[in-house]
Design a protein around this ligand. Structure first.
Ligand code: SF4
Length: 347
C-alpha cells in the first residue's frame, strides 16, 4: 500500500510494519522530539472523537508525515487506555470506525476486500456487489436495527450475503468498532502514565466536559411540542388506539425512554390500543428501555425510520439537513430559547 493509504488506515498490520521500519518504539512515541507531531495528532484524535465523533484527517504529503499520522493512532489508543474510562473507549472506537467508513466508501472494491480481510471478514466480488459469509454478517449486524439488516431480507446465495459497497462498508465499520472496543484499554504502567501526564490532563478535562454536556443537555421536561413529526404521529396513533407496526412501537418506546419518560407512562400510552395486553406490553417496554438494568435500545435514526415508513411529514427542521436522528430534532427544539411547549406531556 502507498504511504498515504497507510496513514488513512493506521490500524493495518502494514502500517505497523511501516513504523517499525523506521525503528520507532513506544519510548520514542511518548518522549522523542521526532514524535511530537504524532503526539499532537494522536491527542487530536481523542479530543475530536469526544467533541464531534470524528477523527481528523491529518495532512500527509511525505513519508515522514505518513509516519506521524500512523503513529498518532497508537498514541491516541495509549491516551484512551491511560484514562481507562468505558465511555471514552466507546466514543473513541465509534469515532475511529465512522471515520474509517467515510474513507473506505470512497475507495475501490479491491481496497474494501483487502481491509475486510484485515478485519477478519472474508470478502469477494460478486458481480457489482461484495459478498461475505452469513456468519460474519450475523455477527456484525446484530446491533444494527431495521429490516434492511435482517438476514431474511438479504440476497443470500450458498451461504454468502451479497451487499452493495456502502452497506458492506457499514458492516466493516461495526467490525472495526467492536475490535477497538475489545482491544481497549491496553495495560499501561506508571512510567507511561507519567510520560503522557500533560496530554492526559487535557483529555480528562475534555472527557469531563463531554459527560457534563450530556448531563446538562439532558432532555429536560418531556414536551410533545418538541417532538419530531414522526414521534408526534406515533403518539397520536397510540392515543387513538390505532394498531401500530412493531417497528413503530419500538421507535416510539425507545424515543420516549431516551427523553426521560418513566416506563409506566410509556406503558400507559399504549393502553388505548384495541389489543392492549398489559403484561405483554410491559414486558416489551421494559425490554426496549432496559428498565435500569438491561441494555437500553437507541431509537432508530431517520434513515431507518424512512425505510420503515415511519418518517411522517418531515418539517422544515427535518429537511434542513441538521436532523439525521429524531433525538437530534428533540434536542434542537429543547434548546430553542422561547421554550415553547414546555410542560406539555404526551399522555
Ligand atoms: S426526518 Fe427524522 S425526525 Fe423528521 S419526521 Fe422523519 S424520521 Fe422523524
Amino acid at each position: 500500500m502507498e504511504y498515504r493509504d497507510l496513514a488513512r488506515y493506521p490500524f493495518l498490520k502494514e502500517a505497523t510494519q511501516f513504523v517499525k521500519e523506521r525503528q520507532l518504539g513506544l519510548e520514542d512515541l511518548v518522549s522523542s522530539t521526532f514524535a511530537a507531531e504524532a503526539r499532537r495528532r494522536g491527542k487530536a484524535r481523542v479530543l475530536t472523537a469526544l467533541s464531534d465523533l470524528t477523527v481528523p484527517n491529518g495532512p500527509v504529503t511525505s513519508e515522514e508525515e505518513a509516519a506521524q499520522e500512523v503513529l498518532s493512532y497508537p498514541y491516541a489508543r495509549l491516551l484512551v487506555s491511560c484514562i481507562g474510562d468505558e465511555a471514552l473507549v466507546r466514543r473513541y472506537a465509534l469515532a475511529e470506525a465512522k471515520a474509517f467508513n467515510e474513507r473506505l466508501r470512497r475507495d475501490d472494491m479491491g481496497t474494501v476486500i483487502m481491509l475486510a480481510g484485515e478485519l477478519g471478514v472474508e470478502a469477494a466480488l460478486a458481480g457489482d456487489s461484495l459478498r461475505m459469509h452469513f456468519t460474519d454478517f450475523l455477527g456484525y449486524t446484530s446491533g444494527l436495527r431495521g429490516p434492511e439488516w435482517k438476514l431474511v431480507n438479504q440476497d443470500l446465495r450458498r451461504g454468502y450475503v451479497l451487499l452493495e459497497k456502502a452497506r458492506f462498508v457499514r458492516v466493516l465499520e461495526q467490525a472495526l468498532d467492536e475490535r477497538i472496543e475489545d482491544e481497549l484499554p491496553l495495560p499501561v504502567n506508571d512510567e507511561l502514565l507519567e510520560a503522557v501526564r500533560g496530554d492526559l490532563a487535557e483529555v480528562a478535562a475534555a472527557l469531563e466536559a463531554y459527560k457534563e454536556r450530556y448531563r446538562d443537555e439532558g432532555f429536560g421536561e418531556v414536551s410533545i411540542l418538541k417532538f419530531p413529526p414522526c414521534m408526534r404521529k406515533l403518539v397520536a396513533m397510540a392515543q387513538a388506539g390505532q394498531n401500530m407496526p412493531h417497528a413503530g412501537r419500538f421507535a416510539l418506546t425507545s424515543f420516549l425512554s431516551f427523553i426521560g419518560m418513566p416506563v409506566d407512562d410509556i406503558i400507559g400510552l399504549f393502553s388505548g390500543s384495541p389489543d392492549f395486553d398489559r403484561s405483554k406490553t410491559e414486558y416489551q417496554v421494559r425490554h426496549i428501555t432496559g428498565d435500569g438494568a438491561g441494555k437500553r435500545y437507541t431509537p432508530p435514526e431517520c434513515a431507518t425510520m424512512r425505510t420503515n415508513g415511519l418518517c411522517f411529514e418531515p418539517d422544515e427542521l427535518c429537511n434542513g439537513r441538521r436532523v439525521r436522528h429524531p433525538l437530534t430534532y428533540y434536542r434542537i427544539r429543547s434548546h430553542e430559547k422561547d421554550g415553547e411547549g414546555k410542560g406539555a406531556r404526551p399522555s
